[in-house]
Design a protein around this ligand. Structure first.
Ligand SMILES: [Zn+2]
Length: 499
């Protein structure tokens, strides 16, 4: 190994020590820290994050990277280090384009905007948030003009969260889907609906924790390289492939949400646990393709978890842990977990209407950045689209345009990645069937680990070294298409609802 590469490795090791401390503080603050511990924890967390930031933008690091980019040095690197060096160089170039005072202003504006959003949501009053939203749109435009001056702004935003994706591709995919999905949803909603009153009751929280453990082990989460915590909003956090943590939130009067959160976050975690361990501590392991990441959590949650056969090998154990389920047959459970409702809130939506919630947000983002629609017109536009696609109009903005926090901190272009994840899943399912045979049968026979192994080999182990379109091409041998997902919806829900 060259001296310069050794120098880079040592440098990253040092940086990761600070990084680990910052992340551990973050985890602690979100999970078990008592309220009064906040101040000192926040102080320590800022210290370590600042150290990481300083080290990741230092002249010393840039010099090492530039040295390794020289042809004679670069040729000697293996594929992973080639990827790492190139990616770090690219990030240096992008970051250097943003003036420091503008960046500080941006951070300040987004902190104020998040607070205003929360206040507006609680007061159900969009006008409190509107001036901040306007400011965030302007700042985001400016940020993108600095970062990627050659790209159209909205495409630059999309590219940030799903590299290589642009609105031309997304338009094609979402339109393909929307045209068939809107009539399908109308048909489903008009059909007789399952009776969910059987599910009302109390579910012991400790028993639900055991159900979570059972589900995570069942799908292949490795408890030697992972652990669980509890938070208001579930998330996954990876320190490295050897330490990946998921959180959940349990409700006494409800048991299904927590099961599906466990499976969803478990899917994210299985991805991170199975990245090639040689990538640990480098950008080759930092998964910043949100659509691909979401495709894995959603594959477990929806494609597998909402399949009846997934539950056959474990349903008796669920009944044992949650006695309320003695009155509920697997058939009734299956219908309930696939109950399609035209509801207002994205995060509570079923897998079918969820797509429409995302399409609405995507179309509004385009209206903002492409058509220059003014902020005061947005609630009206939101409600109009809700009526058109889901047949309902929110009573107030808290259950309409104010429900998500994404736009308050400038995360424009993030929403589409959720749906891209599901679209990829339709394609992965097709290919998996060709290569592994009948997926229903595998699940019913308790062979879900074979599915996990397939995903490990085809997707997970590569970490961030392949871009989304390359992954789809390599795994499925085709261009991205929404047809497989639409076919999956039509077949599945025609049966469930006897359409
Ligand atoms: Zn997710």
């Amino acid at each position: 190994m060259s001296d310069t590469l050794q120098e880079l490795k040592d440098y990253l090791d040092q940086m990761n020590i600070y990084g680990r401390a910052a992340e551990l503080l973050f985890w602690d603050m979100r999970t078990i820290m008592p309220k009064n511990g906040f101040e000192k924890h926040a102080q320590a967390s800022t210290f370590f994050s600042t150290e990481v930031f300083k080290m990741s933008t230092s002249d010393k690091l840039e010099k090492i990277i530039d040295e390794l980019m020289k042809p004679e040095e670069y040729e000697k690197l293996d594929d992973m280090w080639k990827y790492v060096v190139k990616k770090m160089k690219k990030e240096f170039v992008l970051d250097k384009r943003i003036p420091t005072d503008f960046y500080e202003e941006y951070v300040q504006a987004s902190t104020e905007s998040e607070a205003a959003w929360e206040e507006a949501k609680n007061a159900k009053d969009f006008s409190i948030f509107a001036p901040h939203l306007e400011k965030m749109i302007e700042y985001t435009k400016k940020m993108m003009q600095y970062r990627e001056p050659d790209k159209e702004i909205y495409d630059a935003l999309l590219n940030q969260y799903e590299e290589g994706m642009d609105s031309e591709t997304i338009d094609r995919l979402f339109t393909e889907l929307k045209n068939e999905l809107v009539p399908l949803v109308k048909k489903i909603i008009a059909a007789p609906q399952p009776d969910d009153s059987k599910f009302e009751g109390k579910y012991d929280i400790n028993a639900q924790r055991q159900v979570q453990k059972l589900l995570l082990e069942y799908i292949g989460f490795d408890f030697d390289s992972g652990t669980v915590g509890e938070t208001e909003h579930p998330f996954t956090m990876g320190f490295s492939s050897k330490d990946v943590r998921v959180t959940n939130h349990f409700y006494e009067n409800e048991s299904i949400n927590a099961m599906f959160s466990a499976i969803h976050e478990g899917g994210h975690a299985i991805f991170e646990q199975n990245i090639n361990p040689d990538y640990d501590g480098t950008v080759a392991a930092s998964l910043d393709f949100m659509g691909i990441h979401e495709s894995q959590s959603r594959f477990y949650e929806n494609i597998l978890g909402r399949n009846k056969n997934f539950w056959i090998p474990i349903y008796d154990k669920i009944v044992e842990l949650l006695p309320k389920y003695k009155e509920i047959s697997l058939d009734e459970f299956y219908k309930e977990i696939n109950h399609v409702r035209n509801s207002f809130i994205r995060t509570e939506a079923d897998e079918v209407t969820y797509c429409l919630h995302i399409i609405i947000r995507y179309e509004i983002e385009k209206a903002i950045f492409r058509e220059g629609v003014s902020v005061d017109k947005l609630p009206e536009l939101w409600n109009k689209k809700m009526e058109e696609y889901l047949g309902i109009v929110p009573e107030n903005d808290a259950e309409g345009i104010l429900q998500d926090m994404h736009w308050s901190d400038g995360s424009f272009g993030y929403f589409p990645t959720y749906l891209l994840g599901s679209i990829y899943d339709g394609m992965f399912l097709d290919t998996m069937r060709e290569e592994l045979g009948d997926i229903d049968k595998l699940l019913a026979d308790g062979q879900i680990k074979k599915i996990t192994k397939w995903l490990n080999e085809k997707i997970h182990k590569y970490g961030a070294t392949r871009r989304p379109k390359e992954i789809i091409k390599a795994v499925c041998g085709k261009e991205v298409s929404a047809e497989p997902l639409m076919r999956y919806f039509t077949e599945k829900y025609t049966k469930i609802y006897e359409l």
